[in-house]
Ligand binder design. Structure first.
Ligand code: CTP
Length: 435
């Protein structure tokens, strides 16, 4: 259940005899390395005490809309923003009806209204209540609004009746929840991503580099994997904590310098359909990397630098079939610079963000978990407000997937050259085999 690892699950528990089964759901979510926060309605607390779920989830249980303590720790709007998905299990007939009306008269109802993340309901109620036209109409309305319905199952009920209305089995619920993160929008595509900084050696102990943490590139790799793509990540040196966030399903090639990054990216370009250049490549490298440590002598010294290759522009030129997305990290004139890069590098999209002193409001300081992006493409733009890097990555990947489809369908990407290149590659592999 890797898709649930590090996901933030807001579990809503409502008044149903099946509320006790939420304990099993929480246990399984935690086994899948998900982060779980529980919100209980008043009705739910009649069946199970909040303390049980606090112990199981490892976090305080949220119950009241207007609770000074809870609001100080994590207010209801923060909680709504925190979640990657909301699962209400069990969802009672009363809760379903309130949700349908858009009521915000308790914490869970307010959270569902205040959040824009996927919302899934696992109904549990008496079979007659489930069959009732009122419940069925409510369920249809919610479905038409994009709410996901998990179950209910059929079988013997706690009330002794038999029929549809049992809470879906926890293991099946967890699988259904994991599928929420597998959008499939990039199934069958290969995405090549550059990430992290590059380091350009001055001598065996020193280098030129920048503050990039690699977090955005790694989040994009995760989001592309979730969307069903095969992902190849060419990464400059990043912290172990960033490395640890990565699924083993992502092929990672570690490099140090810009030249190595270009070489490795070129080696995989023929396999790729989409390129996302998130690396903060050092624009210059020392003309000469000394083989011995540079000793101090004079009061000042000059470093002679030479331009590094532009990896993104080079790849796009050499492999025009790649739907290519670049980043633009700017301290001023964001839009103007981003549009210029779109043109100069000949790419399909530029994701621009503020850095340095200009980034205090967007949280886009180096190493931060948050950012905000402004996307530019020929004929369009879109602003993605301040959010966690993984959420931004998911939104960006969704947009890339739909624009990639449009580009392929309108024949804008030059696939002929890719086919020629693949034939040449196959031939050279064949001749290697013959030797
Ligand atoms: N990029 C690259 N190779 C380089 C420099 C940049 O692939 N040598 C890519 C980055 O990964 C990013 C985009 O180009 O996707 C923009 O990088 P940025 O450094 O912001 O722009 P530059 O083109 O280097 O221009 P400047 O430094 O003058 O802003």
């Amino acid at each position: 259940m890797k898709r649930l690892a590090n996901k933030r699950i807001l579990l809503g528990i409502t008044g149903s005899i099946a509320a006790y089964k939420a304990g099993e759901i929480i246990r399984r979510l935690r086994e899948a390395n998900a982060d779980v926060r529980v919100v209980m309605t008043q009705g739910a607390t009649e069946f199970v005490t909040p303390l049980t779920f606090q112990a199981l989830s490892g976090n305080p249980v949220h119950q009241h809309l207007l609770d000074n303590d809870a609001e100080a720790a994590m207010g209801h709007i923060e909680l709504a923003r925190w979640a990657d998905v909301i699962l209400v299990a069990p969802a009672s007939a009363d809760f379903i009806s309130r949700l349908c009306l858009g009521r915000a008269n308790d914490l869970l109802g307010a959270l569902c209204l205040a959040s824009h993340v996927p919302l899934a309901l696992a109904p549990a109620m008496n079979q007659q209540m489930w069959k009732d036209p009122a419940t069925q109409t409510n369920v249809q309305t919610l479905r038409s609004r994009g709410v996901l319905l998990f179950g209910p199952d059929s079988g013997e009920q706690a009330c002794g009746e038999v029929g549809e209305g049992r809470l879906m089995q926890p293991h099946a619920l967890i699988e259904a929840l994991a599928d929420v993160f597998a959008t499939g929008s990039l199934t069958g595509q290969t995405v090549l991503i550059t990430a992290g900084p590059t380091q350009e050696p001055l001598d065996p102990v020193r280098y030129l580099s920048n503050h990039s943490s690699g977090k955005m590139g790694y989040a994009l790799a995760t989001a592309a994997l979730e969307a069903g793509a095969e992902v190849i990540l060419i990464s400059g040196p990043v912290d172990n904590s960033v490395l640890a966030s990565l699924s083993h399903a992502i092929k990672t090639v570690n490099v140090t310098t810009a030249e190595q990054m270009l070489e490795q990216a070129q080696a995989f370009a023929h396999k790729a359909d989409i390129l996302i250049a998130a690396a903060a490549v050092a624009d210059y490298r020392p003309v000469l990397a000394q083989t011995e440590k540079i000793k101090k002598s004079a009061e000042s010294m000059m470093l002679q630098l030479q331009r590094n290759p532009d990896i993104l522009a080079t790849l796009k030129r050499q492999s025009p079939w790649l739907f290519s997305v670049g980043f633009a990290a700017e301290t001023e004139n964001l839009e103007q610079h981003a549009r210029q890069k779109l043109k100069d590098k000949g790419v399909e999209m530029i994701a621009a963000n503020w850095v340095g002193h200009a980034a205090t409001e967007t949280g886009g300081t180096f190493g931060s978990d948050n950012n905000a992006l402004k996307l530019f493409w020929p004929g369009g733009e879109l602003e993605l407000g301040v959010s966690s890097k993984i959420r931004l990555a998911r939104e960006l990947v969704a947009l890339i997937a739909s624009q990639y489809d449009n580009a392929v369908q309108s024949g804008r990407l030059n696939n002929e050259q890719r086919n020629v290149k693949n034939v040449v590659q196959l031939r050279s592999n064949g001749s290697d085999n013959n030797n």
